[in-house]
Write a protein that binds this ligand. Structure first.
Ligand SMILES: Nc1ncnc2c1ncn2[C@@H]1O[C@H](COP(=O)(O)OP(=O)(O)O)[C@@H](O)[C@H]1O
Ligand SMILES: [Mg+2]
Length: 617
């Protein structure tokens, strides 16, 4: 499957995280209030040592039990207040942050739906899946916790240090001693951790891809007894991920070691110096108690900085990964640009109809579906490979059905995908009734053109919904029945709940031929002007095929259609046949004409099954 584009090298965690602002904005009042409440709670905690000092120097030194009880009451109240405020913070952020996560997830999904097929060819599905799940969860956790606490702990440390310096500045300086080495360690660590965090998240994406592919391909894996090698591939990847996680843990352990040890040593030193000063009478016992309990109260804010930074780095990597997808241009932006560009040169919808009316019969050769010098190369094709379609010129007249025949890999599927603009042409034009498809909005284009793909995909939904997906919202049961009749899909009435039976991954499994017939029903249900069918009958038995063909013939009578075909019986549905070979239309004519005049065509039609099997995977 596809690979993932390499991440940008030069990055700043802060700049990445700032991009979250539009999503966080709706929650800003609550987030700021929560931060304020948390700072308040932390500062309440810092008052506790001052009460201790008052108790030690006052009631305890004066042997006044009443005063001690009063002090204890104060401490209890302060503790309560601190706990209450931290609780309030949690309550403030929980709801809006789940909302932020949900809206980011919805945004990502919407964007993925609008990204062109070429994007999905390029990106592994697991990478997209992990972005929508693990990464967004990391972001919510970051917003809920590290974001607030980096601020809160920063403020707490500053306030605490000021209090300590005010108590006794020499002791304060002793405790502040390790600040510089700790900060240097943090900086160095942060850079390395950022790289490893990104690596780990990408590896989670790769792992997700393997799991997803092996679930989807379980029949192949079992059928070929490949579960061992698949398990080995999974084990290797998960071992790599484990290695990366261990590196993360080692980096965290280093920083943790430095961040915990140095301040502890400093506090020990301050204790010794302070005790000597108290013995000398230069310092009150209460001040030393207050000083040390402030220092101890600062232990958690200082120690937590290490993993708060680590979590922030992970969140920055997650943000980056999220925006790598969100920054990709969607079909809608590209088509709008194309439309506005063309409008500037004079081509609105009403002008177009007027134009056709004016030119009338003269432009009849423009009507129908036309390919003008179409050249197409897959955006992700390796450099140097020739385009799949070199120069395709083809005109399907209004109401005509054209069969498209060609060897496996000749580009038939590719050509059909170009009509609904699943891919953009490399050069050339495709026109519908004389109108360039790039001038139509995607909605208008896809309302005119219906497609049935080679691999019929059903969604986890009722049969009815799967079929009506191909029609406007107003379509009803009558349309459904008509489409099912054309596709000879009467079998649905025998399903447990008829057309309401759930099919697809979460529902009833259908056979290949049954799925193909539903996909065909989906293509014809909207009575499209243009019908593009990529080998729509390949999985049907001879009798069903004949029945579908008979019914399809009526639909094709007044539809302009392009039908990829392999068997003479399908080819005979069409008025004319085009042979695709070497990236060009090599011959056009009726089936019998081509059989007589074109050796390649005759070969394809005679060896119909052997040709198929060569290309089968
Ligand atoms: N998404 C893709 N990206 C790059 N190359 C592709 C893609 N899909 C198909 N191709 C290549 O384009 C060629 C034509 O494929 P296709 O149109 O599916 O052939 P056909 O339907 O005639 O059997 C093949 O060589 C195939 O490898
Ligand atoms: Mg094909």
């Amino acid at each position: 499957m596809a690979t993932t584009p390499a991440p940008a090298q030069d990055r700043s965690a802060v700049r990445s995280l700032l991009r979250l602002w539009p999503y966080v904005r709706p929650a800003r009042v609550r987030l700021f209030s929560a931060a304020f409440v948390a700072i308040l709670a932390s500062c309440v905690g810092l008052v506790i040592p001052l009460v201790l000092k008052w108790m030690v120097d006052g009631p305890i030194a004066g042997r006044d039990p009443g005063g001690v009880w009063l002090g204890a009451l104060y401490l209890l109240l302060l503790g309560f207040a601190e706990a209450l405020l931290f609780g309030l913070r949690r309550w403030l952020v929980a709801r809006p942050l789940t909302h932020v996560e949900a809206s980011m997830r919805a945004g990502l999904y919407r964007h993925l739906q609008r990204l062109p097929v070429a994007f999905h060819d390029r990106w592994a599905s697991g990478q997209l899946l992990s972005r929508g799940t693990t990464d967004l969860m990391l972001l919510r956790q970051f917003l809920a916790f590290p974001l607030t606490f980096l601020l809160v702990n920063g403020v707490t440390i500053v306030v605490g240090v000021v209090i300590m310096l005010l108590q006794d500045w020499t002791l304060g300086l002793v405790v502040l001693g390790p600040a510089v080495p700790v900060m240097v360690t943090c900086l160095v660590f942060e850079k390395r951790y950022a790289q490893v965090a990104r690596q780990a998240q990408d590896q989670v994406g790769d792992l997700t891809t393997v799991v997803e592919e092996s679930v989807l391909g379980i029949r192949v894996i079992k059928g070929f007894g490949r579960h061992r090698s698949q398990a080995r591939a999974f084990r290797d990847l998960s071992r790599t991920l484990r290695g990366t996680e261990l590196r993360k843990a080692r980096l965290l352990a280093t920083i943790w070691g430095v961040i915990v040890t140095l301040p502890e040593v400093a506090i020990g030193a301050a204790l010794v110096v302070g005790a000597v000063q108290v013995a000398d009478g230069a310092l009150s016992a209460g001040t030393l108690v207050a000083f040390l309990s402030t220092a101890l109260a600062l232990r958690w804010p200082v120690e937590s900085i290490g993993f708060l930074l680590a979590m922030s780095q992970e969140a920055a990597a997650a943000t980056e990964r999220f925006f790598e997808v969100m920054d990709e241009e969607t079909e809608h932006t590209t088509s709008e640009r194309a439309i506005s560009g063309h409008t500037a040169s004079g081509g609105t919808a009403s002008e177009h109809t007027a134009c056709i009316a004016r030119t009338g019969a003269k432009d009849l050769h423009e009507m129908g579906l036309r390919f003008h010098h179409v050249r197409f190369r897959y955006p992700d094709a390796p450099p140097g490979t020739p385009p799949v379609l070199q120069d395709v010129d083809l005109h399907i007249r209004p109401g005509e059905s054209m069969a498209l025949v060609g060897a496996t890999g000749s580009g038939k599927t590719t050509l059909t995908a170009l009509v609904p603009r699943l891919y953009e042409l490399t050069s050339g034009r495709i026109t519908l009734d004389g109108r360039d498809i790039t001038r139509l909005s995607r909605e208008a284009l896809r309302a005119k053109v219906a497609v049935a793909f080679e691999e019929p995909t059903l969604f986890s939904a009722a049969v009815r919904d799967n079929v009506l997906m191909g029609a406007a919202d107003t379509a009803g049961t009558a349309d459904l029945e008509r489409a099912l009749a054309v596709a000879q899909a009467d079998f649905v009435h025998a399903l447990p709940q008829g057309t309401d039976t759930r099919v697809g991954e979460q529902g009833l499994s259908l056979s290949g031929g049954q799925r193909q017939r539903l996909a065909l029903a989906r293509a014809v249900v909207g009575q499209p002007e243009f019908l593009v069918l990529d080998d729509p009958l390949s999985a049907l038995d001879v009798h069903t095929e004949a029945a579908v063909e008979a019914a399809l013939r009526q639909v094709l009578a007044d539809t302009t259609a392009l039908i990829v075909a392999h068997r003479p019986s399908t080819v005979l549905l069409a008025d004319r046949v085009a042979l695709l070979s070497g990236g060009r239309i090599a011959a056009i004519g009726t089936h019998h004409e081509l059989l007589r005049t074109n050796a390649e065509y005759a070969h394809l039609m005679s060896g119909e099954t052997s040709g198929e099997e060569e290309g089968a995977r």
